[in-house]
Design a protein around this ligand. Structure first.
Ligand code: GDP
Ligand code: MG
Length: 602
């Protein structure tokens, strides 16, 4: 397809604002998916995605489209829709897929207004020079306020509120107009058709049958299935087995030309060899300069993962290896814990990423795992001039010789109704936040900016924010550096022994209340055993909190383990609970919840 007939666009939207529904409707309207075959959320391929209703991996679909308004001359255009993930953990992937487009649809729920993450992604799109088409969705809802939110969008983008398109992805109202608008307004791609090929990798996924499938957008020249290709960041040369487009299933093609979006299959087995952000060129006629820069996403959150059954360690190692093939952002290294045995310390982009990885490990590899409370990365400068990067709290160096400790901070943007300014500031202050500034989006909605320690917001900040604002506030944050802080390590002892997996790094001012809350929580969570279990929280040798789990009385035991009937009932209960995770720590049976109890003691 010649570039002048191509339009490459993505959809920027907050979760639940209707991106998948709109994408489905477009596929249907362009005849790519027929009405009967249209299954909801066509783009969200993985099961987990469908169940959670989120899109993890970006996808691209090619849609032929003929305009149907006044100046319709029967020309067939090709629209490439590049789906972007909507969650803050995946900002890196969003920014890659933006670079593959000339236009972006800013999709906003007409009953909700724009949300903080959407605003952040909109700024990324504007910085990448994309043409923005603002669209209000869900106008069929009784609670829709298109006038109000069109004003808000016009205030952010400039331009006229009347020009904000109103659609219902659900009923299809306005969607054809939107497709017409994409053809009219999104600039066609430009590039040198005769130059050496250059294509941007905006996604790559691992397919069990075909190896790594790499999604690219061609900028210059063409990539033919007969070429050998070269990855510009590493110089690695690969055979090309197949090129094609997705519409909506993969379809082989002879080549991809300027502006085209499609996939490559090279037979490589690791996503790492086909990295998002890298430039693909031809091995025989290589380009001199890569497109943009390649930046590897840095893990922000670390957690330990341990098999409940120690024999599963090698299965876990193999599983992580496989998973990393299709998740280049996942990093891990083996570690051992006095309490939990052999496992891995794993780095994630954020908590959602962590949850997804863990769920996939359990589901796809049939593993039962214990995970420790996630933590951020600390940098510790010692008096002797040496430096430690701490990704596991139990490895935090001895307090005496520490010169200075640094923690990561984020710049956060919160959008909320003005009524909640007070309670939001209170919350941020309690999390050691520093107010950066405030702007009004409209009379009754405000944008508040804070710098906050990453460690203070990663667990329950978002939930706290939502509950304080009746769900009306939205949050976006990005890593913005580090700051020196007065931090200490709090240890937990069971029966007088430090359990390394429970150690946490907290601000000195909060250490005491943290210790008390955690000890109390553990007392609730750890079941009574046949002996007494003292629990202590301590900073170094100084005990700051203590609790005691009393032993089970003999007569209770008799009841439990006595007759046949009660044994049966116990079995039944066990089955009902499903897989209740327990780990022996010394002589004490400790449930999974205890290892992440720190999460709920903010
Ligand atoms: P995504 O998270 O942005 O992909 O959003 P979805 O497409 O999954 O939509 C979230 C919810 O909003 C689903 O329950 C949709 O059925 C619903 N929805 C999407 N578009 C519309 C619309 O135009 N009108 C109404 N009433 N509901 C919609
Ligand atoms: Mg979706």
């Amino acid at each position: 397809t010649p570039p002048e007939l191509l339009r490459n666009f993505c959809i920027i939207a907050h979760i639940d604002h209707g991106k998948s529904t709109l994408a489905d409707r477009m596929l249907q309207l362009t005849g790519v998916v027929d009405d009967r075959a249209a299954r909801a959320q066509y783009l969200d391929r993985m099961d987990i995605e469908r169940e959670r209703g989120i899109t993890i991996k970006s996808q691209a679909v090619r849609m032929p489209f003929t305009k149907s308004d006044g100046d319709d001359d029967g020309t067939q255009y090709v629209l490439n829709m590049i789906d972007t993930p909507g969650h803050v953990d995946f900002t890196y992937e969003v920014s890659r897929s933006l670079e593959a487009c000339e236009g972006a649809i800013l999709l906003v729920d007409a009953a909700q207004g724009i949300e903080a993450q959407t605003l952040a992604n909109l700024y990324l799109a504007m910085a990448a020079d994309l043409h923005i088409i603002p669209v209000l969705n869900k106008i069929d809802l009784p609670g829709a306020q298109p006038e109000k939110y069109a004003e808000e969008i016009a205030g952010i983008l400039g331009g006229d509120a009347d020009e904000v398109l109103r659609v219902s992805a659900k009923t299809g109202q306005g969607v054809r107009e939107l497709l017409n608008l994409i053809v009219d307004e999104v600039p066609p791609p430009q590039g040198d058709p005769d130059g050496p090929p250059r294509a941007l990798i905006f996604d790559s996924v691992y397919d069990t049958y075909r190896g790594v499938v790499t999604y690219v957008r061609v900028f210059d020249g063409k990539l033919s299935h007969r070429d050998k290709i070269k990855m510009m960041s590493t110089g690695a040369v690969h055979e090309m087995l197949e090129v094609g487009v997705i519409s909506p299933e993969p379809m082989k093609a002879d080549h991809l030309g300027v502006g085209e979006v499609g996939y490559l299959i090279t037979g490589v087995k690791e996503v790492r060899q086909s990295r998002v952000g890298d430039t693909v060129t031809s091995a025989s006629r290589p380009a001199e300069e890569a497109l943009g820069g390649y930046q590897h996403p840095n893990p922000m959150v670390f957690s330990g993962l341990y098999p409940i059954d120690g024999d599963d360690f090698s299965t876990l190692r193999d599983a992580l290896e496989k998973l990393q093939l299709n998740d280049a952002a996942l990093v891990y290294e083996p570690e051992s814990s006095g309490a939990l045995g052999f496992g891995f310390r794993i780095g994630f982009l954020g908590l959602l990423h962590l949850e997804i990885v863990r769920e996939r490990l359990e589901r796809e590899f049939n593993l039962d795992l214990i995970s420790t409370a996630p933590n951020v990365v600390y940098r510790v400068e010692m008096e002797d001039g040496s430096e430690h990067v701490v990704t596991n709290p139990s490895e935090y160096p001895n307090a005496g010789k520490i010169q200075k400790v640094f923690e990561p901070v984020v710049s956060a943007t919160i959008l909320a109704p003005t009524d909640y300014i007070g309670t939001i500031m209170e919350l941020c202050q309690a999390r050691r936040g520093k107010l950066g500034g405030m702007d009004y989006l409209s009379e009754d909605r405000v944008e508040i900016r804070y710098t906050l320690p990453m460690g203070e917001i990663m667990f329950d900040f978002f939930d706290a924010l939502k509950s304080r604002t009746k769900g009306y506030a939205s949050l976006n944050y990005e890593l913005s550096g580090e700051q020196a802080a007065d931090l200490v390590k709090v240890d937990v002892l069971l029966q007088g022994e430090v359990v390394d997996a429970f150690s946490a790094i907290v601000h000195r001012d909060n250490a005491y209340s943290y210790g008390v809350a955690l000890a109390g929580k553990l007392k609730e969570l750890i079941p009574r055993q046949q002996f007494e279990v003292p629990i202590q929280a301590a900073i170094g040798a100084r005990v700051i909190a203590r609790e005691n789990i009393r032993a089970i009385r003999k007569d209770v035991l008799a009841k439990c383990y006595g007759g046949d009937i009660s044994r049966k009932r116990k079995l039944l209960e066990k089955q009902k609970e499903g897989k209740k995770r327990m780990k022996m720590v010394g002589r004490v049976e400790v449930p999974q919840e205890a290892f992440i109890a720190a999460l709920s003691t903010g």
